[in-house]
Design a protein around this ligand. Structure first.
Ligand SMILES: [Zn+2]
Ligand SMILES: [Zn+2]
Length: 318
């Protein structure tokens, strides 16, 4: 990870020539002259850029109710897997569950194209430890908005998983497999959606869908929107919103971000007390992930949801 303060300001104001986007990103990363480990690896960034370009395919494949519904349903299911499991469970151990449920949601999380649960949790634990310092990989305060939103994870250094941060997770071979072959689940989902589209085109032609349409809407559009919604918590939720608690970082509570990320927008609450399964601390702080976890707990799929302590709730009301 980045261990030094990037000379970003100098780099930004130095260039009288118009810098290319690539040069600009490199300047935000701020690696030393010989150190490319924390600059964007453009070759490996290729699939990420290609996923965005693939969304333009909507112009050719058209749209249908079934394709749009699939995109929305996959956004909702995968957002919950990210917030409830990648974040609150794997990163913060905010509740307990069975090994089967742990695997099922790790699998759905892996379909988000945000890499495996070990990688995600290791980087997120690092973020909490160094939030908004030079060692935070995605601080908008230190590295700027664009880098915190969509630059930080494309460097060779960020591709690695620091397993010393996730000793509790590396014990599970199935989770290590998902991490190691993080391309497998997204490819399987894309192929399944294409196949479903072909099948529906044949079985129910009146629905007006096709393999290409289900692939573009169900996979590419849904995943790209899911990605940008998720990373607003790294970029916007450390910039815009209210600071209820005094924390060492710049985290904010933002209702709009809480709505699109199913509760993660109460980010200042979360940085103040990261161990709770709940992030909306007041009754009106909508936290869809918390409601879903309560439901799962009611039917015995998860248990020991860690509460927000009374002293924190009391402080939140002040
Ligand atoms: Zn944060
Ligand atoms: Zn967190």
């Amino acid at each position: 990870m980045n261990t030094h303060v990037p000379p970003t300001v100098q780099a930004k104001h130095d260039g009288r020539r118009k810098a290319s986007l690539r040069q600009w990103f490199d300047s935000r990363a701020g690696g030393g002259v010989d150190d490319r480990s924390d600059r964007i690896d453009w070759l490996r960034a290729g699939p990420f850029i290609a996923m965005h370009l693939a969304c333009i395919g909507v112009l050719w494949v058209g749209v249908s109710t079934v394709a749009l519904s699939t995109a929305i349903a996959l956004y909702a299911l995968r957002m919950f897997a990210l917030t409830g499991f990648y974040h609150r469970y794997f990163s913060h151990r905010a509740f307990r569950t069975s090994r089967t449920v742990q695997f099922v949601f790790a699998l759905i999380g892996a379909a988000c194209v945000q890499r495996g649960p070990l990688w995600w949790a290791a980087h997120h634990r690092h973020h909490h430890r160094y939030a908004d310092t030079a060692q935070d990989p995605h601080s908008p305060t230190v590295h700027g908005f664009l880098w915190s939103h969509a630059g930080w994870f494309l460097t060779p250094a960020a591709f690695l998983t620091d397993e010393s941060r996730v000793p509790d997770l590396v014990r599970y071979p199935e989770l290590r497999w998902l991490d190691r072959y993080d391309i497998a689940v997204p490819v399987a989902l894309a192929v399944a959606l294409y196949g479903l589209g072909v099948l529906l085109h044949w079985l129910a032609p009146s629905w007006g869908t096709s393999g290409g349409q289900m692939l573009v809407w169900g996979f590419f559009v849904s995943t790209v929107v899911l990605f940008h919604a998720t990373v607003t918590i790294n970029s916007l939720a450390h910039r815009f919103g209210r600071r209820r608690f005094v924390t060492r970082d710049d985290s904010r509570n933002n209702v709009w971000l809480a709505l699109i990320t199913f509760g993660e927008g109460w980010h200042n609450n979360h940085h103040f007390y990261p161990g709770a399964a709940r992030q909306g601390f007041r009754w009106w702080e909508i936290d869809l992930t918390w409601y879903a976890l309560r439901l799962m707990s009611a039917v015995g799929l998860v248990w020991d949801l860690k509460p927000v302590p009374a002293w924190v709730l009391h402080k939140a009301e002040g």
